[in-house]
Design a binder for this molecule. Structure first.
Ligand SMILES: NC(=O)c1ccc[n+]([C@@H]2O[C@H](COP(=O)([O-])OP(=O)(O)OC[C@H]3O[C@@H](n4cnc5c(N)ncnc54)[C@H](OP(=O)(O)O)[C@@H]3O)[C@@H](O)[C@H]2O)c1
Length: 255
């Protein structure tokens, strides 16, 4: 296990943890035959996934740095429609250096956002469609309202069907595979992540614990109708000087 302490200048085991080193710590496995599903969440010490319905109050500088790093390393950012609506998602932004690193490593310069929505219930006038350089992908179901699907297509989305009444984990993974999007970053929310975890489809979880207690009624990072235990191994634990704890957990090989 790699252990590191992140200070203001990101130190590792007493030395400097450079941005390059951080990218190395979060690199996807080199040889992945299909989509590798990495999820990223931040929660409070007492387990709250949001404060007053949004996650912004849980953010810290180290969490933001890892959040940006994970986006730079991803082929696609997958997110549930509830989070897109609540957090008013726009397209991914990456600075010129990050874009250049992506292009030099054979990636597109920006990853698209892929929104999972059974109802295709997204506002075509929202930032998702109008504040982005890359067309969003909408992953929906066969029985989504065709008029809504048509509106989203007209707004520029690439619409993919991956299930009858809901998006199944297998359907989602097959759809991403079909689009050649293998380095998957799932940014939640708890319903989508719970579904993937409940279906044993999560390969990796990057979890930030923000150094705050939040109380309130917010739930956990995963909610799903049934429990599913998946054994995970710690890949690293980073601790910032402000108390932010950043962990990376990778699933153990299936027996
Ligand atoms: N702390 C963090 O890191 C973090 C990260 C993300 C979100 N959040 C918080 O989580 C809250 C939102 O939670 P949530 O559970 O509602 O979020 P969510 O999982 O993003 O959204 C749920 C919605 O996504 C769609 N969906 C999810 N799974 C689906 C599936 N298998 N098939 C088809 N559609 C599916 C459905 O959309 P339709 O209704 O359109 O069909 C469903 O209503 C917000 O407060 C947000 O701030 C926190």
């Amino acid at each position: 296990m790699h252990r590191a302490h992140i200070g203001t200048n990101f130190t590792s085991d007493g030395g400097e943890l450079t941005e390059d080193a951080l990218r190395g710590l979060y690199a996807y496995p080199k040889h992945i035959p299909g989509p590798w599903i990495r999820a990223n969440f931040v929660c409070s010490i007492d387990g709250a996934v949001s404060v007053d319905g949004r996650s912004g109050a849980l953010g810290t500088p180290a969490d933001k740095q890892v959040y940006d790093t994970l986006r730079e390393l991803a082929d696609v950012v997958v997110v549930g429609a509830g989070t897109v609506r609540t957090e008013d998602y726009g397209g991914v932004r990456i600075g010129p250096d990050g874009r250049q690193r992506r292009v030099e490593s054979g990636m597109s310069d920006l990853p698209p956002i892929a929104v999972v929505s059974a109802r295709a219930h997204l506002d075509p006038h929202s930032r998702l469609f109008n504040d982005t350089e890359v067309a969003p992908i909408v992953v929906t179901c066969a029985d989504a309202d065709p008029a809504r699907v048509a509106d989203l297509t007209s707004a520029g989305a690439r619409v993919v069907t991956a299930g009858e009444h809901e998006v199944t984990s297998t359907g989602l993974i097959t759809a991403l595979d079909g689009l050649g999007l293998h380095r998957v970053l799932c940014e939640g929310g708890p319903s989508l992540f719970g579904r993937l975890a409940g279906d044993d489809a999560i390969d990796e979880l990057c979890l930030t614990t923000a150094p705050v207690l939040a109380g309130g009624t917010a739930g956990r990072i995963a909610t799903s109708p049934r429990a599913q235990v998946t054994a995970m191994a710690p890949a690293h634990i980073l601790i910032d000087s402000d108390g932010t704890v950043l962990t990376r957990w990778v699933r153990l090989p299936r027996p």
